[in-house]
Write a protein that binds this ligand. Structure first.
Ligand SMILES: Nc1ncnc2c1ncn2[C@@H]1O[C@H](COP(=O)(O)OP(=O)(O)OP(=O)(O)O)[C@@H](O)[C@H]1O
Ligand SMILES: [Mg+2]
Length: 450
């Protein structure tokens, strides 16, 4: 091993400390061990450790508190927690606080060795890259286009969760960029040099899904002519992206939950429990809360998957991004001299884009094709976009033929957005690009209550 990799083990049980020390020293790591959180903090302040492995349940300072304190000393600290199955919820919460991973007792030596190996290799790779270029890449995400508050917050969200192993649920309408964000998350994470494996739960026939996920042994069922590895094994070490998770059959959801909790799978027809180390990212364009009510989605699975939710607002709520996306598209197509005339742009801006960025890209593709190098006129746009009634999209009530006053319009608009955000004031204020205080004042003034 080329570099010294220092690990601090924290556990009040001496047996556990000793067995871990023995195991990891044999692997070539440099080990220190302490019996409680206080000593761990002292040691960590004096020496730099590449990894801290701590038990969760300890007298006085528990592992979660230790994690918080370590993060205060060094926000980059990498912590793995060890927990019994009964306190698994604590471990999952700890991931939210920035723990890298957790293990449930009893675990096998190979399991923990594998995870530490990945962290070790990543440290070496990272050291090789120039720090500065790394930092620029991390915060920038040049492939995610937009200057709206939505996009700025989205990039912040990605940076917040990328480094940890937290399970992320990405929600948003079709075409809003969920897969793009999932890939950006992977690229920014410690797993960036490992595979990103996307699977669309809606695209695989129901009867094949289980085998697709967990794999099967030869002869597990008629037609199983040889062993097949499921996507959990294929994505080992990397990031598994479960697209359209809302489409997953109810029965399979229970198996997925178990896998997420124990991080173990069993191939169909197999007996062996196989430990899997991966990052899970899910996406959905359905309202999972609604699906739970309709008994189509398991609530317990939802809680496991939604440790961190990234919501991508539809394009109609961030129309200021449209010109940038168009510009970027033109650059991508290598026709940098192409100009979209103002009246064409106005028409594009007035439309509500139910298919979001994907629809916008398709329309651009089409108009650039039919305008053959000339600046595309509004006439080149599809009829439904040309005919989009500008007033309809802005004024909520035109049916009565009455023109709304500016104040009425403001009231209706705030109420509409407030409803779309399901009464979430922070989200509403963000979408409207106003301060929270201003929002409270206006909700009060207009007596808006949903
Ligand atoms: N902010 C953005 N900047 C640039 N391109 C974007 C952005 N958001 C989405 N796109 C592009 O729009 C297209 C659709 O994105 P993506 O496939 O990620 O959407 P999605 O939310 O996964 O859609 P669906 O729910 O239909 O699967 C892709 O070509 C993607 O690159
Ligand atoms: Mg998608």
């Amino acid at each position: 091993m080329s570099n010294i990799f220092r690990i601090l083990i924290v556990d009040d049980e001496i047996d556990m400390r000793e067995s871990l020390q023995e195991l990891l020293t044999r692997e070539g790591y440099f080990i220190d061990e302490v019996a409680n959180g206080k000593n761990a903090l002292e040691k960590y302040s004096k020496n730099k450790y590449d990894l801290v492995i701590s038990d969760i349940i300890m007298p006085e300072m528990d592992g979660i508190e230790l994690l918080k304190n370590l993060k205060d000393i060094d926000p980059e600290v990498i912590v793995i927690l060890i927990t019994g199955y009964s306190s698994i919820q604590g471990a999952i919460n700890a991931i939210k606080l920035g723990a890298e991973d957790y293990f449930t007792k009893p675990f096998k030596a190979v399991e923990i060795k594998k995870v530490i190996r990945r962290i070790y290799e990543n440290k070496n790779l990272t050291q090789r890259n120039e720090l500065l270029t790394q930092q620029i890449m991390r915060s920038d995400f040049p492939e995610i286009i937009g200057k709206s508050r939505v996009i700025r917050n989205l990039k912040k969200d990605i940076n917040t969760v990328a480094d940890s192993n937290v399970t992320v649920l990405i929600t948003g309408e079709s075409g809003t960029g969920k897969e793009l964000v999932a890939r950006a998350l992977h690229q920014t994470s410690l797993r960036k040099n490992t595979p990103f494996v996307p699977i669309n739960c809606a695209a695989v026939p129901n009867d094949l899904l289980e085998s697709e996920f967990f794999g099967h042994e030869k002869g597990a069922f008629s037609g199983a002519l040889k062993r097949k590895y499921g996507i959990f094994e294929v994505a080992e070490n990397g990031t598994l992206f479960l697209d359209e998770i809302g489409e997953m059959p109810y029965a399979l959801q229970a198996k997925l939950l178990r896998t997420v909790e124990t991080k173990k799978i069993r191939r169909i027809g197999g007996t062996e429990q196989i430990y899997i180390d991966l990052r899970l990212i899910c996406s959905t364009n359905r309202d999972l809360k609604e699906e739970i009510k309709e008994k189509r989605f398991r609530e317990d699975l939802y809680f496991r998957l939604s440790t961190y939710i990234i919501f991508i607002a539809p394009l109609r709520d961030r129309k200021e991004d449209i010109p940038l996306i168009i510009e970027n598209f033109i650059q991508k197509k290598r026709i940098p001299n192409m100009i979209i005339p103002p009246d064409t742009l106005d028409t594009l801006m007035a439309y509500d884009w139910p298919g979001n960025i994907r629809e916008l890209e398709n329309v651009l593709e089409r108009i650039l094709l039919i305008s053959k190098g000339q600046a595309p006129t509004p006439d080149s746009l599809p009829a439904d976009i040309r005919n989009a009634n500008h007033l309809d999209s802005v004024i909520p009530d035109t049916t009565s033929g009455k023109i709304l006053t500016l104040e009425e319009l403001e009231r209706d608009y705030i109420e509409k957005i407030y409803r779309i955000c399901k009464g979430n004031k922070v989200k509403t204020a963000k979408s409207l690009d106003i301060g929270l205080k201003t929002l409270y004042r206006k909700l009060n003034k207009f007596a808006i209550n949903i």
